[in-house]
Every structure is written in structure tokens, then in C-alpha cells.
Design a protein around this ligand. Structure first.
Ligand SMILES: NC(=O)c1ccc[n+]([C@@H]2O[C@H](COP(=O)([O-])OP(=O)(O)OC[C@H]3O[C@@H](n4cnc5c(N)ncnc54)[C@H](O)[C@@H]3O)[C@@H](O)[C@H]2O)c1
Ligand SMILES: O=P(O)(O)OC[C@H](O)CO
Length: 380
């Protein structure tokens, strides 16, 4: 296989993560590497957090001789070419190779795609330190922010700094199952890397190579990583609020009101804490901003789980556990982290919707309090 050092140097791509979105992105990447053999090694490694799965009797992969025996998820993916747990009923190209060792999966890769729930990126990225090509490039598809006591960081920057590489960001109105089913969509990519190291494969793939986010996905490059990443993280808090009011049966006007205030708070947060780099147009004009807010408040998991929680009178955490089959919500921990950060600065009173969502999640307020709480929201 072509590797570094010769005239046939090609990019090796690794997807770090294999959930609903991670597997979808691996599918698209593998279609691209197959279509562009001059630029990429065909095989795409996909790091899988190993677990055991038991195929039900009605699964098309059910093997009577193996009845009821748990199997490793990596083995099932590599045999059936389907992530039966996190992206069922979608065929993965045979050049997606599931690998349970993150170091082995990322070895010699010049392009690393980070795509896992944000709560696990710290531990995973630590394992990669000192084990990746120094001139590798990253792209983060993670919707969340890293919050330390005194600072909010974007995962693209946080990963890049931790691993000593450039890392861009991809975010958009992208419900994974729709993208995996090749329905038309858009996305936003913030990727503006420095010139490649001379040891790296000869050049950067670019949109002019027809290397697409997906054949059915239009994408736009913007420079502002902060606005792309922030909107992807903060919209998850708003989607929970939209789910709460939908669960009450308050109708579309109520949901639109929550979305309006939510969008204002997203922009305000960006302007207040990322004044140097934030690009307001990304929130208001791009797929990563308002379009993602709309789709997430229409059918995202945060929205659906919050709605179900209100309808059934249980907590969002309970619904996440019983209804998502291992998929994870990003909005609940983002609501907590963002509110802790705001509180530490005495700014929580200025972000009524973000605060209301956490107060409802933690039982200090109820959904019925939302109209009153938002009545106090002053438009920035
Ligand atoms: N699913 C979507 O529609 C969608 C769309 C766009 C962006 N995103 C974003 O993509 C990112 C990844 O989400 P997803 O939907 O692929 O994940 P997911 O919620 O479908 O799956 C959970 C993943 O976490 C892994 N996991 C569980 N425990 C782990 C551990 N201890 N360490 C490491 N991994 C562990 C599981 O193996 C699984 O791959 C998130 O930031 C999400 O917001 C999701
Ligand atoms: O299902 P959610 O709520 O994690 O949202 C999915 C995507 O982010 C929508 O673009």
C-alpha cells in the first residue's frame, strides 16, 4: 500500500468514533477514498469503542449456530459491513475497517476525523498523543464545547493544541440517518490550514477535486471555526427547550419563540466570549447555525428525548437510557457546562433560556415556568 516517502504518497484517513454520525461520516469518507485513488489510500480505518452485541433472531445477520452469543461490535461491522448498533440498516462500504485500537487506527494517517460524543474526546485524544504523524490534519465533527473552570474551548482548537496539529470543524443541519440515507443536505466546514509540511502527501484535497462531504451534501467553507463549533454545541441546549414545549403540546408558536430566544443567546454567547473570532453570519446564514437549529428542534435526539420526557413525566436522562440504545445526548451536559461557566462569571442571569433548560433538567423549575422566564429575556 502506498505510504509516505515515495512518489505515490497518498492520504490515509481515519475516523475516530463510530456512533450514529461517526459511522455515517466513515461511509462518506470511504466512498470518497474509493472514488479518488490518486489522492487517498482506499482503506478507511474507523475506531470503535469496543463492546459486545447480540444479534436478535430477526436480524438478517442472525446465525443460528451462534444463537444468542454476544459478538464483538468490530467483528460484526467487519463481517456484515453494517454498524448494527449505531447505524442499523445502512450498508457501509467494504473499505471501512472497524478497529478497536485507536492508536493502531490512527497510525500513519495524515487525515484524522474526530467524531464521537464530546464527553469521550479527552480520554481518546490523550491516547493519541505522540502516536500520530506530526503533520497530520484533523477535522472535528463534534457538537459540544470543552468547558474548564475559567475557559470555554472549541474542540477543534482543543484537539489541535493537545495533539500539535491543525484541526478544522464540520457542523451543519445533519441528522445522521438522513445523510446516511443519501438525502440532500448542506453542511458547513471551517477548514483553513497552514501550508502542508513537505513530508506530507503532496497536496491537500480540495473541493475542486470533487471530494465532497457527500454526493448529496452541499458544503461551504468558512474561516470561523469558533462560530461553526459554538453553534453546533449551543443549539443542543435550545433543542431541549423546544422538546420541552412540544411535549407540553404548546404548538409551533411556542417552539418558534424558544428558538428565537435560543438563537439570540447563541449569538450573544459567541460575541461575549469569542469576540475576536466569532462570525455572526455563521449563526444566521450557514447550515451550521440557523439551519442546524431548525433541524435539531424538528427531529434531533435532544428534541425528541426532551419531548418524550415531558409526555411521560420522567427525566430526560431516563429517556436517554431507555430509548436511545446507547446513543448519547450532547445537550444535557452542554447545558450544565455552559451554565457553570456563566455562573462563575455572574452572567447566568443574562442567558435566560440556557439557564431555564438546566433548571428544568435539574428540577429547580418546570416547563410551565418557561414563558415567565423568557419574558425577562432582553434582546441583545
Ligand atoms: N447523530 C447525529 O445525527 C449527529 C449529527 C451531527 C453531529 N453529531 C455529533 O457527532 C458527535 C458524535 O455523535 P454520534 O451521533 O456519532 O454518537 P452516538 O450518540 O450515536 O453514539 C455514542 C458513541 O459513543 C461511544 N462510546 C460509548 N462509551 C464510550 C467511551 N467510554 N469512550 C468512547 N466512546 C464511547 C459508543 O461506542 C458510540 O460510538 C456528537 O458530538 C454529536 O453531537 C451527531
Ligand atoms: O440528534 P441530535 O439532537 O444530537 O442532533 C443531531 C444533529 O446535530 C442535527 O444536525
Amino acid at each position: 500500500m502506498a505510504t509516505l516517502g515515495g512518489p505515490t504518497k497518498k492520504h490515509k484517513v481515519t475516523v475516530i468514533g463510530s456512533g450514529n454520525w461517526g459511522s455515517t461520516i466513515a461511509k462518506i469518507v470511504a466512498e470518497n477514498t474509493r472514488a479518488h485513488p490518486n489522492l487517498f489510500e482506499e482503506e478507511v480505518q474507523m475506531w470503535v469503542f469496543e463492546e459486545e452485541v447480540t444479534l436478535p433472531e430477526d436480524s438478517k445477520y442472525y446465525d443460528a449456530s451462534n444463537a444468542g452469543k454476544p459478538q464483538k461490535l468490530t467483528e460484526v461491522i467487519n463481517t456484515c459491513h453494517e454498524n448494527v448498533k449505531y447505524l442499523p440498516n445502512i450498508a457501509l462500504p467494504t473499505n471501512v475497517i472497524a478497529n478497536s485500537s485507536v492508536r493502531d487506527a490512527a497510525k500513519d494517517s495524515s487525515i484524522l476525523i474526530f467524531n464521537l460524543p464530546h464527553q469521550f474526546i479527552g480520554r481518546t485524544s490523550k491516547q493519541l498523543e505522540g502516536h500520530i504523524l506530526p503533520y497530520a490534519r484533523g477535522i472535528s465533527c463534534i457538537k459540544g464545547v470543552e468547558v474548564a473552570e475559567d475557559k470555554v474551548s472549541l474542540f477543534s482548537e482543543w484537539i489541535g493544541e493537545g495533539l500539535g496539529i491543525y484541526c478544522g470543524a464540520l457542523s451543519g443541519a445533519n441528522i445522521a440517518n438522513e445523510v446516511a440515507n443519501e438525502k440532500w443536505s448542506e453542511t458547513t466546514i471551517a477548514y483553513d490550514p497552514p501550508t502542508m509540511d513537505s513530508r506530507s502527501p503532496s497536496r491537500n484535497p480540495s473541493p475542486s477535486d470533487n471530494v465532497s462531504a457527500s454526493p448529496n451534501m452541499e458544503h461551504k467553507d468558512v474561516r470561523g471555526r469558533s462560530s461553526v463549533s459554538l453553534s453546533g454545541a449551543l443549539k443542543n441546549i435550545v433543542a431541549l427547550a423546544a422538546g420541552f414545549v412540544e411535549g407540553k403540546g404548546w404548538g409551533d408558536n411556542a417552539k418558534a419563540a424558544v428558538m428565537r430566544v435560543g438563537l439570540l443567546e447563541m449569538v450573544k454567547f459567541g460575541k461575549e466570549f469569542f469576540p475576536e473570532t466569532v462570525r455572526v453570519e455563521t449563526f444566521t446564514e450557514e447550515s451550521a447555525g440557523v439551519a442546524d437549529l431548525i433541524t435539531s428542534c424538528g427531529s434531533g435526539r435532544n428534541f425528541r428525548c426532551a419531548k418524550m420526557a415531558v409526555e411521560r413525566g420522567v427525566t430526560v436522562a431516563e429517556i436517554e437510557k431507555t430509548e436511545l440504545n446507547g446513543q448519547l445526548l450532547q445537550g444535557t451536559s452542554t447545558a450544565k457546562d455552559v451554565n457553570n461557566f456563566l455562573k462563575a462569571r455572574g452572567r447566568d442571569g443574562e442567558y435566560q433560556l440556557f439557564t431555564a433548560v438546566l433548571d428544568i433538567l435539574e428540577g429547580r423549575k418546570t416547563v410551565d415556568d418557561i414563558p415567565d422566564l423568557l419574558a425577562r429575556a432582553d434582546d441583545p
